[in-house]
Design a protein around this ligand. Structure first.
Ligand code: GDP
Ligand code: MG
Length: 705
């Protein structure tokens, strides 16, 4: 017998626990991709139950099904077009009212809905008592209590979902939102008209379609026109007439009236089903917030957390970084020993192992950094940072909310740019996207660690911290500049929501951390591997005969690369290669910054991914050939004649110059414009050049080497 196929969709507010439910239901059998045509993440998983093949889909988190945001459109289109067999509305039991706003809208679609009253533990802790049976009766939906992060109630939820999917009885249509008389009358009339005019060609229920038309829903209108162009005209005219009639009757846009009434209906339900036990109600979150978002204490505490994050990233990462380094060196030595002399040995030892290894060793740092960011997110502290930074962000005419993408930018700019989606105003969004790349992402970290470690010794930590601050400063300055020129305008008012603090669950933290670090590892096997090989190849050809005279014919090169007599044949080879020629061609641009040709080439390659700056340096300085212990790249750099001031200038340049390929692509996608992407590339690079110039020349004027 063929397996029965069922599809279960998970819908709910952001942070209601959908992904936790999803992870518990599907275990490891997940597939992560994107929704067609957009970059909102789509998670799909599979379960086998007896002869059933069940697909579970994690929908984007939304607060409603009105098509205001991309997430809402995706979630709604999925429910309407794909018609999953069951929708599990994941409800945050501690915020019943807000959750029900979405859940009742799903209920209105007349698909089979099941409520998962999640965060049941939190609700209990706050003394909220919810009468699940009554809720089920009032809306005619099954209700299951769950604690998704601990996997409680998952079995019951799945069983109930299967039972509902396979039951023959349709949901009771009388248990839907009831609007006031005039509205109901208009809905009834329009629904009747729709059914009569379109009949089978109407893709959705007449009542739902009628409500949407009264809300003047663009997408529904367009679809109607596409389905039946002739009839749609008459229907739209009727809808417009009814909207005018209602607007007059209520002295308000019908959409607002419908929303108000929905809220009214929900408030009624909440009053029926929820009691709060006043004595047990200890609002922990409020108390924590008294300290963490305190007018004066809040900010220093925040700085402390950020400092602690970087401190942890480096101190905790130190040992494992050393292990990986040792392993990479061992691998390079093994390759030297096993492979015969020739291009293959060069490719493996100098290209692949030196290149990938020089970046791979930062995996522990990056894991820890992402872990800390996940911790901020999962505890609810991230939302507070928006609150704390609100005043500072107002300096650039932005809201505190814009700070969240910026903070995420410390991890990786790609999700950070995407996180700007939560901002409603397009101008705010573009501005936030443009200033985010100044937040120093984790890929730049290896560059700082190598350079600061080699040239600043004890003070490396402070130098790196200073770089991060410089990035923040420049993003603020850029914000001010753009706010008063290209993106002039005020910030849109909004209410910042402070979700309750939550005890983070190890599993969810690890998943969040892993989700992001995976990208790093994938880059390692893809872009960085490829980049290292290309850099190696360009630096190995055309081949210079080993017997070539020690001095290079081009006198200009000698000036940049130190004493030629001390160089090995590999160094000579690199200098005469294609890459060396490219380096010489661009060197004049970088010379005023104290950046020499090898470093210039590394910077160019960094456009692909910032980690490649280090791997390119690794290849160009032929680290791995000698196979000595310790930080070979750092030593190679200082013996190549680089000074601390030049190293600082290079770090500043890396901090500020154009965003990497993945980020620029994200910028184009999210701003919807190639112009903004080009602007970001040109602007950041110009800023980088100017600031590095100031640092290098200023430093020299002050007498530093
Ligand atoms: P999503 O945005 O709807 O996908 O929500 P997530 O599944 O990512 O959950 C958001 C946060 O709430 C995570 O930190 C979860 O560990 C936590 N969480 C999820 N379900 C529960 C629950 O039932 N109780 C508690 N205390 N925390 C939960
Ligand atoms: Mg999620």
């Amino acid at each position: 017998m063929a397996p029965r196929r069922l599809t279960i969709a998970l819908a709910g507010n952001p942070n209601a626990g959908k992904t936790s439910v999803f992870n518990h239901l599907t275990g490891t059998r997940q597939k992560v991709g994107n929704w067609p045509g957009v970059t909102v993440e789509k998670k799909e998983g599979h379960i086998r139950r007896g002869d059933r093949e069940i697909t579970v889909v994690d929908l984007p988190g939304t607060y409603s099904l009105t098509p205001f945001s991309l997430e809402e459109v995706i979630a709604r289109n999925y429910l309407l077009d794909e018609r999953p067999d069951v929708v599990i509305a994941v409800i945050d039991a501690t915020n019943l009212e807000r959750s029900l706003y979405l859940a009742t809208q799903i209920r209105e679609l007349d698909c089979k809905v099941l409520f998962a009253l999640n965060m049941a533990d939190m609700a209990r802790a706050r003394g909220l008592i919810i009468d699940g049976r009554k809720l089920a009766q009032l809306l005619d939906v099954p209700v299951v209590f769950t604690v998704a992060n601990r996997g409680e109630g998952m079995e019951a939820l799945l069983e109930e979902a299967i039972r509902l999917a396979e039951s023959e009885t349709p949901p009771d249509r009388s248990r839907r939102v009831k609007y006031s008389r005039d509205l109901e009358e208009a809905i009834g009339r329009l629904a009747g008209f729709l059914a009569a005019r379109l009949g089978d060609r109407l893709a959705w229920l007449p009542r739902w379609t009628a409500v949407k038309l009264l809300e003047d829903d663009e997408i529904v209108k367009q679809r109607l026109v596409a389905a039946a162009p002739d009839e749609a005209r008459a229907v739209l005219q009727a809808a417009a007439a009814l909207r005018r009639h209602l607007a007059e009757r209520y002295d308000e846009d019908p959409q607002i009236v419908l929303t108000d009434e929905r809220y009214g209906f929900i408030a009624g339900i909440v009053r029926e089903v929820q009691r709060s036990d006043a004595r047990r109600r200890v609002d922990v979150s409020r108390n924590i917030d008294l300290v963490l978002t305190h007018r004066f204490l809040g900010f220093p505490i925040f700085l402390f957390f950020i400092w602690a994050m970087f401190e942890l990233t480096f101190t905790l990462g130190e040992a494992p970084v050393g292990w990986i380094e040792a392993a990479v060196e061992a691998a390079a030595r093994a390759a030297q020993a096993v492979l015969p002399e020739g291009p293959l040995r060069g490719l493996v030892a100098d290209g692949i192992i030196a290149g990938v290894g020089s970046v791979l060793k930062f995996l522990p740092n990056i894991l820890i950094l992402f872990f800390c960011i996940a911790l901020f997110e999962d505890t609810g502290y991230m939302a507070r940072t928006a609150f704390l930074m609100d005043r500072i962000m107002h300096l650039i005419g932005l809201h505190g909310k814009s700070f969240i993408p910026m903070l995420m930018g410390f991890g990786c700019n790609v999700p950070a740019v995407m996180a700007a989606r939560t901002l409603e105003s397009p101008r705010d969004r573009i501005l936030t996207i443009l200033i985010t790349p100044f937040m120093s992402c984790s890929a730049k970290l290896p560059v700082y660690v190598v350079l600061a470690g080699a040239f600043f010794g004890e003070r490396a930590g402070s130098v790196i911290f200073g770089l991060y601050l410089l990035g923040i400063l420049l993003s603020i300055l850029t914000g001010r500049l753009l706010r008063s020129t290209l993106l002039a305008g005020g910030d849109a008012p909004f209410v910042m929501e402070l979700p309750p603090y939550r005890m983070p669950m190890a599993k969810s933290l690890l998943i969040h951390m892993w989700d992001r670090s995976r990208v790093f590892l994938r880059k390692m096997g893809g872009t960085i591997l490829l980049g290292s090989v290309i850099v190696w190849a360009l630096s190995s050809f055309p081949q210079v005969p080993a017997t070539a005279p020690g001095g290079a014919p081009d006198a200009g090169v000698e000036a940049w690369s130190g004493a030629p007599g001390t160089e090995g044949s590999r160094a000579l080879q690199v200098r005469e290669s294609y890459l060396g020629r490219l380096g010489r061609a661009v060197a004049p641009v970088f010379a005023p910054l104290g950046i020499e040709w090898r470093e210039a080439v590394a910077l160019l390659s960094g456009f692909v991914a910032k980690e490649i700056v280090v791997s390119t340096l690794g290849v160009l300085h032929a680290v791995g050939e000698e196979g000595e212990g310790g930080d070979t790249l750092g030593r190679a750099l200082s013996s190549s004649g680089m000074t601390p001031l030049a190293a600082l200038s290079m770090m500043v340049f890396v901090l500020l110059y154009l965003p990497c390929l993945a980020t620029t692509t994200a910028i184009r996608r999210e701003t919807g414009s190639t112009r903004w992407m080009l602007f970001s590339i040109a602007y950041n690079t110009a800023v980088a050049w100017i600031v590095s110039f100031a640092v290098y020349q200023g430093g020299r004027a002050l007498g530093y080497a």
